[in-house]
Design a protein around this ligand. Structure first.
Ligand code: GLV
Length: 318
């Protein structure tokens, strides 16, 4: 008999077809915004859940989940939305979708760096008004080429950002919990602490996972370690930046410009940000290409399929 799986959001056609072939699925075709309680309720008769990074499944939800649920397959590389320890304690396997979104997310990091440093938001507004004139000092930005780029989180995505940034002649600096092997560093300079990394980050790209340790890592004190007029971008998770401190730094010019794809409490955005011109923002588009989203769907389904066949899923994270 097919295993029963709750799918919490609408899927791309290709993914839906495959998931329907393999499992008895409860789909969310109308894309109802399921709350944590809805997920607990709707999964009562299910063997597994295919959910998304925006679905919060915390310890209390895990506690309330039916004992029938044995796997939560997250359609995202980040899994800060799920309490993986609570899941492990209850014998629930959690999986994510690494690798397949590395390139798309690294592309978005570069878009954020360029969009913020070259004032794309203000540029768009002027272009729409059609009243600008070419002047030598009009909308001058910061040039990435041959500058120092700090990468906070040199995992797969951070390294893919580094690869692209080398094409701009940038000098790569990074901070990770541990220094990478030389073949992964490819000449990038390791900093074992935030102060040293930020001191060297004329441009800073945030690509680390959201964990207890990284929450508000970019805060009033650490922002002060940046060179004056730094450009900061975040394609990881909103929780890593203390918004109040960042807004203050953007107003003072300490931070020349900020590029964001992710937000604390998204889709809500701190309203103070929206008053600032030196912000280039996107609505969490990191993995939003057709190819990547199909690959993410397949990866999540592979994990479910392997698990139900009694194998250890490739992307188990707990
Ligand atoms: C996207 O934000 C992801 O974690 O996959």
């Amino acid at each position: 008999m097919k295993k029963k799986v709750l799918v919490t959001k609408n899927l791309l056609k290709e993914t839906e077809e495959r998931v329907k072939k393999l499992f008895d699925v409860k789909l969310n075709k109308e894309e109802k915004p399921y709350t944590t309680e809805d997920i607990v309720e709707l999964s009562k008769d299910c063997d597994g859940i295919l959910c998304f990074g925006t679905n919060k499944i915390d310890a209390s939800a895990i506690d309330k989940l039916s004992n029938k649920v044995k796997i939560i397959a997250n359609y995202a590389v980040g899994f800060g939305n799920i309490d993986i320890d609570a899941a492990a304690k209850k014998g629930i396997v959690v999986t994510n979708t690494p690798e397949v979104l590395t390139e798309a997310t690294a592309d978005i990091s570069i878009l954020l760096l360029l969009g913020a440093s070259r004032r794309a938001y203000e540029g768009r507004k002027f272009a729409e008004e059609q009243s600008w004139s070419w002047k030598t000092d009009f909308l001058l930005g910061k040039q990435m080429s041959n500058r120092k780029l700090g990468i906070l989180g040199m995992g797969r995505i951070g390294r893919a950002v580094a690869k692209r940034a080398r094409g701009f002649g940038m000098e790569i600096h990074y901070h990770n919990r541990t220094k990478l092997a030389a073949h992964l560093e490819e000449g990038a300079i390791y900093h074992d602490n935030i102060k040293s990394l930020f001191n060297n980050s004329e441009f800073l790209s945030i690509n680390c996972p959201a964990t207890k340790e990284t929450t508000n890592l970019v805060n009033e004190q650490s922002i002060n370690y940046l060179p004056d007029g730094a450009v900061v971008t975040n394609a990881a998770r909103g929780d890593i930046i203390d918004d109040t401190a960042m807004i203050k730094a953007m107003k003072s010019g300490k931070v020349f410009a900020l590029g964001l794809d992710v937000y604390n409490g998204e889709p809500k955005i701190n309203p103070e940000y929206l008053k600032l011109n030196n912000l280039f923002l996107l609505p969490h588009l990191g993995s939003a290409t057709i190819r990547t989203r199909i690959d993410m769907g397949n990866r999540a389904i592979d994990n479910l399929e392997n698990f139900f066949q009694g194998k250890k899923p490739k992307d188990q994270v707990n």
